[in-house]
Design a protein around this ligand. Sequence first.
Ligand code: OOG
Ligand code: MG
Length: 263
Amino acid sequence: MAVPIETLSIFAQRLDAAAQTVTPIPMLSLEQTLTPAEGYAIQRELITLREARGDRVVGHKAGLTSRAKMKQVGVDEPLRGVLTAQLALEDGGALSRAAHIHPRVEPELAFILSRDLSGPVSPVEAMGAVGAVCVALEVLDSRYKDFTFTLPDVVADNTSAARFVLGSERFSPEALPPLDNLGVVLSKNGAPVQIASTAAVLGHPARALAALANMLHAAGSAGLSEGDIILTGGITAAVPMSAGDHFELEIEAAGRVSVSVTD
Ligand code: OOG
Ligand code: MG
């Protein structure tokens, strides 16, 4: 039997409160079996709660688009989440450790769309909607205890989205080498902690963008819009963040971005 809409709304409020009070909660699926579609309904409700506080949607994220990420969290299908204005941090900015439950950071390639994009689309068609490319650090902070969840749980929690930092340099896709094999180095306190290639993201990050547009289409949701910021998914497993840490990401030809962690 389908979960009543009131229950989905209570779950969204619970996740919202967990983030606001920096207090982890037990997985929702321990209390109630949820389908992926119900997870997305809770996610939508969670975004509505944020919008009611003056936040606004600025883009979308694809998640679990690399083997390294799927393996890290034990969920093996790509997911989608929503990026809002209040999640954005400036390049070189500071993240408060105390404002997060158990933050982790991961390296990503980001796209900014120069036109609307709706599924079904191929990766080549999707790439045609990309106006700019930049590097990005995504900070994840699962609202669930021990950073443990099932697919519907993590979808409900807006795919653990907490903050994102875009590199200040933007490149037109034509100005860059092919995006299917760019070197990636994530450093912590000056030493590399993750070294990889953009190939890890479904062979080419454009596939993650197409998958995102196609997931939205399959769900009957609105497509992507001109100006949207798109995170194409963690290229490596995410790294825990502690107060005092400084993280820097460099992707070959696509620039750098950094974030520091304060108490
Ligand atoms: C889920 C979010 C996944 C990505 O880029 O793979 C994600 C998680 O790891 O908590 O953002
Ligand atoms: Mg991510």
